[in-house]
Design a protein. Sequence first.
Length: 313
Amino acid sequence: MFFCYYPLHYCRRDILMPRLLPLLARFASHTALGLLVAAGLVAYAGPASADSSTAALESALRSEVALVFDLDDNAVLYEKNSSDLKPIASISKLMTALVVIESGQPMDEVLTISEDDIDRMRHSRSRLAVGTRLTRAEMLHLSLMSSENRAANALGRYYPGGMPAFVRAMNDKARALGMRHSHFVEPTGLSSENVATSRDLVKLLQAASRHPEIRDYATDDTEIFEVGRGRHLTYNNTNRLVKRDDWEILISKTGFINEAGRCLVMLTRIDQRDVAIVLLNSTGSYSRIGDAVRIRKLVETSGQTLAMAAAGS
């Protein structure tokens, strides 16, 4: 039996435990009895606290699909429709980057934007005029930081064997990573036929994060590029969280097409742990950012009990 000497409304496990657990942790570190007491109370508190926390999160989330994965413990902290196969829009550019980096092509080779790089599908805008010459590294930088579609398409077009070979390489890499449900038809994400599950995207995030160039380009907040004839253009990151000092983001990518909604994937440090966050088909211009902030707060306050609840579900 659990006795509570607080006022009655404080005796709910989801309210009382967050107050007690830090004290118990210090007590447990000094005595064997404290360790036993703390373990019993964690077991008592875990499911109820996690259930109330996840219920609150679910009611607040604006993303149709969400997955929060603790990479240190290899544990799901939260999931919502995590097995659903969804269009992933410009999240595709992480796979584009992987194929480019691992191809071994020279990053200082100059590529030229051509008519073939113009978006004839959705007529999206680009500031890279036909004839713009940038290095492969600069094209990759723009693709990851600012989701530049013409740059991403040019990367695929300059691949040995051209675009068909590049798309095959994207799908081959997906299979090699164990992304069993993913499929790609082009390098930009403009096609709704580029699809994946959130669990597959955690694998993509992990693979991409192993390459310093991808990490650096994807988390750069702003950069100035010389695009010819002395003309300079300033580009910014499409994920505004990378500019914030209170976030430690290791890798990031946003995406949007109508069929995919607002998407965001990140690897970030939360409470001294590496956590993957995948948000797909979020509604509203800022909803994916709001969802990421809500998730971080939940992990910071309830990470242990979330993992316990997910493991027991």
